[in-house]
Design a protein around this ligand. Structure first.
Ligand code: AMP
Ligand code: MG
Length: 488
């Protein structure tokens, strides 16, 4: 197909070579009138794709699922998962994996269309997605990438020319998602529950080859796989905590094996520091609140470990012991990553025993005085303690003295300290009111300039430019808490 040669698509389908219980071969459902809304030039370039040729009519038809590249073997993946603690059979209900694109430098990434029509796993859903939520995923995933947090990326959004129905009639859209893979904890749960040990092992071998090839030579490679996933998730969730990101729906099917953040549904960034913060309209109990995220990470990893038991040891008791041992590392791994990150946010180069107390004291004050999480660290970075009850409090003055004393016990210059802090405290995060304004302009008025500007401001969150200043303002006080929604 000529469009393949022009654009640079180079698809393989290793997932389709797994035992066929793991997927259903299926093409996307064609849509009426595909229109390219946004294309990510940076992602295109990183994939070795030609951004200009990706805009041709045929290329857009590929991104809409209307045209299938001849080396693509489209499929919907089977998986299960614990949703809010309850086990369910799930699977790609509205997504199709076109295949794995092999980049010019040999990287293998999944190319998935989200919102591409019904599949055998749709469970009564319409298989479709609305424009607003797909643009939202585009914005937040790009912001996460710029914040240096492992994440799936967004190559493009196309509208379908078809309406979908939620509470109201909405324009339909399809997002092209790029991921290291879509292997989830839930994929292993599916294998452990519904397939044989042989198939589970095929999945584990596939995963090792794709994501952790170095462990293949280990004596117990499946135990090493478990260790690696624990390590990567401890690191990922620490990064979320450090920027105030709330995933919102940390079900086990939304936790990747690769360690990338996935599934930007009800996620949002915290403004006022409060560990109890929840944005998701359905998270009544606060299971996935900001403060609960590290613990839920551990809970999800326990579900992952359970799936590997048959591969860890022939004797079940021994297998459980190995899994428990591995899981017991998680809290410390998480805390270490978090402490390293927090020290950097406070400009600390070396370690002292009391650092954790210093950090916790600050967080307690931030909570007490309802301080904005991002802006407090920005103020500390630049020494601008203005206009906030926190900074006017005597407790903060005392804390600041402790911090200054702590800083003076290291040899780095003030300038070096500030550089470290600038590099670890973002000037801009995708604030909820800014994201909403960008989506409203795009969806209601077909005006993409607000979104473009937001993406632009967020593309270098650690550069602290004067233009970014107006994007730092927290939302105006509101009587209603910000709410986000799942699966829209
Ligand atoms: P999520 O909450 O996005 O992680 O989705 C949970 C499950 O619901 C996954 O199996 C999705 O594929 C499925 N799902 C979400 N929205 C739809 C939809 N509109 N149609 C069919 N399946 C959906
Ligand atoms: Mg999901």
């Amino acid at each position: 197909m000529t469009i393949k040669r022009e654009t640079g698509w180079n698809l393989d389908n290793s997932y389709a070579r797994l035992p066929n219980l793991f997927f259903s071969n299926l093409n996307p459902t064609p849509v009426q009138l595909p229109k390219l809304i946004i294309l990510n030039d940076h992602v295109a370039a990183s994939l070795g794709l030609n951004a200009h040729d990706l805009q041709s009519e045929d290329s857009v038809a590929v991104l809409a699922g209307n045209l299938i590249l001849d080396d693509s073997s489209p499929l919907a993946q089977a998986y299960a998962g614990h949703q809010f603690g309850h086990f369910n059979m799930l699977g790609d209900g509205r997504a199709i994996l076109l295949g794995e694109h092999i980049t010019p430098d040999g990287n293998r990434v999944d190319i998935q269309l989200k919102g591409s029509g019904n599949t055998p796993y749709s469970r009564g859903g319409d298989g479709r997605a609305a424009l607003g939520p797909m643009l939202r995923e585009y914005i937040i995933s790009e912001a996460m990438y710029a914040l240096r947090i492992p994440t799936t990326r967004s190559l493009a959004v196309v509208t379908t020319g078809e309406s979908i129905f939620r509470e109201t009639e909405l324009p339909g859209a399809i997002l092209t998602r790029v991921a290291a893979s879509h292997l989830r904890v839930g994929t292993f749960q599916y294998a452990a529950r519904f397939t044989s040990k042989q198939e589970l092992q095929a999945l584990a071998d596939y995963t090792i080859k794709r994501h952790y090839p170095d462990v293949a030579a280990d004596e117990n490679q499946y135990l090493s796989l478990l260790h690696e996933v624990i390590k990567t998730q401890a690191s990922l969730i620490a990064k979320w905590q450090l920027v105030g990101f709330i995933h919102g729906v940390m079900n086990t099917d939304n936790m990747t094996i690769s360690g990338e953040t996935i599934d930007y549904g009800p996620c949002a960034f915290m403004d006022v520091y409060d560990p109890a913060t929840v944005f998701s309209s359905i998270d009544i109990q606060g299971r996935y609140s900001y403060g609960n995220q590290p613990g839920i990470g551990g809970w999800n990893l326990s579900r992952f470990a359970e799936t590997l038991l048959p591969l860890l040891h022939d004797n079940q008791d021994e297998a459980i012991k190995l899994a428990e041992d591995a899981l017991s590392d998680y809290n410390e791994l998480f805390m270490n990553h978090w402490l390293v990150g927090m020290r950097a946010k406070l400009g600390l180069f070396n370690e002292e025993q009391e650092d954790e107390t210093l950090i916790q004291d600050l967080l307690n004050l931030m909570k007490k005085y309802r301080a904005d999480y991002t802006n407090t660290f920005r103020a500390l970075t630049f020494g601008t303690f203005e206009n906030a009850p926190l900074f006017e409090s005597e407790e903060f003055t005392k804390w600041n003295e402790m911090w200054q004393a702590r800083l003076s016990r290291q040899s780095e210059s003030e300038m070096t300290v500030r550089e470290l802090m600038k590099n670890n405290n973002p000037a801009v995060i995708p604030r909820n009111h800014r994201v909403e304004a960008a989506l409203e302009a795009a969806v209601e008025r077909d005006d993409y300039s607000v979104m473009e500007q937001l993406l632009n401001m967020m593309s270098k969150p650690y550069s602290h430019t004067p233009e970014q200043a107006k994007y730092c303002t927290p939302p105006p006080p509101s009587t209603q808490a910000y709410q986000t929604y799942c699966g829209t």
